[in-house]
Ligand binder design. Sequence first.
Ligand code: SF4
Length: 257
Amino acid sequence: MRILPLESGIIYGPLYSRRLDRSLGLNILPTEYKLCSFDCVYCHYGRTRVKTLTPEGHDFPSVPRVLKAIQKALGRYPNVPYLTFSGNGEPTLHPHFPEIVDGIRRLRPTLAPDLKLAIFSNATTLAQPRVRATLQHFDAPILKLDAGDPETFTAVNRPAHAVELSDIIAGMQGIPNLIVQSVLIDRTDGEVSNIQEAALEAWIEALVILQPSHVQIYSTDYPVPDAGVERVPPYKLQQIAERVHDRTGLTVTPYWL
Ligand code: SF4
């Protein structure tokens, strides 16, 4: 089994992807461990060592340090289309996430006027008005939704204490340019998966409520820490994409390597 190494700094890439073309990765999380409010069964970084919604006291890079690293990277790659918050866990857990976004918006006109902002987030902090307000500034807010019912949500995302699926769905409503990203998995060990019929239906119902601009579906691309997790094959992702589109009219794109 191969677990991906954590990012060792603040900036990584540029990375190339079908979704964001070329993008500089931004890691505003600790570099020694994964810090997240989820412990997804398919996470390519392995198990979550620090699983929390209240991350005070952890080793986050300071706002000036993050902005300095961005300034330097944009000096080197002034034409990169996207700066993407992702990295070693959940980026919105940085206690000064809004200040970092404000700082980037101040730097942008002189350093890279065409730079767009993207984020991969699990949406667990959207009950906080300051985080919700900050997400309005993103061109591509790519928010995770792997389940539409609490049982599947708990089995797949293994959330931190006090994280509720209903809060996540409520928080995602009304986010401009919302892109939902869902990782679909099967199980070989009898545990709950999110492609079982009832789970899939509940997830589709949640998408109907959210009305995202785009739904991106994936399965696992790499071996994952939980041996019972199985990849959903491309033909099945395609079938699910077509089913969701036919039912909801939403734009759904399946991705695979
Ligand atoms: S939300 Fe992302 S980083 Fe956190 S456990 Fe899930 S896959 Fe890993």
